[in-house]
Design a protein around this ligand. Structure first.
Ligand SMILES: [Zn+2]
Length: 348
């Protein structure tokens, strides 16, 4: 990352089709014309932004409902800033505020996003507070069978789940490994990537795996209005159904960002809220051995395991996967989809 104070500001807005970009200089003048990038062209977008940043210091500004880009951008060495809702005018029901608005947000008010801190860098306290307030409601939903966290503990099955895809590279790698062992899994996809990579979605479905809904743009859900949240869910469901002919029935919230307000909206939505009981922590990129140890150290019969296959370099997850599956099989645990786990009984 450059140490130089940025003299250029690239606002990156998301839409149903991809990303809109405006690049302004310190005086607020356009450095280049506004540009649009299809969601599948992220590598090219990154290369272009890197070129623009050369020697100048470029601040890339995203909003908090765009959780798919900061990982790849920070990994590429770009300086990424997040504009939170209280700095911005109301956004449309679907999409972020315009790119120009993001590029014009005063730098001093923005949060610098780091690779280590992730998309919600600087909002950890607020995040934990929202989840803490939501926890009793989530527990009540789980008890009532409205939220799935794991299957019964006497079922010799485990559900591996892969979030944030599909991905042009890692989806194929994950599918090949699963096929080698005859294992099935669940893929919680983001609508943005589904629209960009329909062939990958089709491959997942054709191989007998389950598709789930992981929102459209990977927003921090407490920042959305109920209408915006429903739009994120329904558009993603439609995008998957258009490709596979079948609508996903499960939703997994980005970051597990479940405030009471978010849970109230989800309780009225037909999607089944689907969480996990084992976190591989693969997004911290601790090395394939550590990822496998996190999974195999935490897994029990009926477990649902959280892993990632998209929105960044998931090579470590891919390299960990064979040891994870072999470790499960050695213990007599069959890797299945979440839908193939029986519903938990109230006394478990
Ligand atoms: Zn995610």
């Amino acid at each position: 990352m450059s140490e130089r104070a940025p003299s250029r500001f690239a606002g990156v807005a998301w839409t149903g089709e991809g990303y809109q970009v405006e690049v302004l200089d310190g005086a607020g003048h356009r450095v280049v014309g506004p540009s649009g990038w299809a969601a599948g062209r992220v590598p090219e977008l990154i290369a272009w932004l890197r070129e623009l940043s050369g020697g100048q210091g470029l601040a890339v500004v995203l909003d908090s409902t765009n959780g798919l880009l900061d990982g790849p951008l920070t990994a590429a060495g770009l300086d990424v800033y997040r504009a939170d809702p209280w700095l911005l005018p109301p956004r449309p029901r679907f999409g972020s505020v315009p790119a120009e608005r993001l590029a014009r947000t005063p730098l001093g008010s923005l949060a610098r996003v780091t690779a280590e801190g992730g998309s919600l860098t600087g909002r950890a306290e607020e995040y934990h507070e929202a989840v803490r307030r939501g926890a009793p409601i989530q527990a009540a939903m789980t008890a009532a069978g409205r939220c799935f966290e794991h299957g019964p503990r006497d079922t010799p099955k485990v559900a591996l789940t892969f979030d944030d895809g599909p991905d042009p590279v890692h989806t194929g790698e994950v599918l090949a490994i699963l096929a080698r062992y005859g294992a099935r899994a669940t893929f919680f996809c983001v609508g943005h990537h589904v629209a960009a990579l329909p062939d990958e979605v089709r491959r997942i479905a054709d191989a007998g795996h389950e598709l789930g809904n992981h929102s459209w743009s990977h927003p921090f859900l407490p920042d959305l209005t109920p209408e915006q949240l429903v739009e994120q869910l329904d558009r993603t469901t439609e995008a998957v159904a258009r490709v596979t002919g079948e609508a996903p029935t499960r939703f997994r919230p980005p970051y597990g960002g479940l405030s009471p307000e978010v849970l109230a909206t989800l309780a009225d939505h037909p999607s089944e809220l689907t969480m996990f009981d084992v976190d591989s922590r693969d997004w911290t990129r601790p090395g394939p051995e550590r990822i496998a140890a996190n999974v195999l150290g935490g897994v029990r019969p009926g477990s649902v395991v959280l892993m990632h296959e998209g929105a960044g370099d998931r090579g470590q997850t891919v390299r960990a996967l064979p040891s994870i599956i072999e470790g499960l099989l050695e213990r007599g645990l069959e890797p299945v989809t979440v839908g193939e786990l029986p519903a938990p009984r109230p006394d478990h």
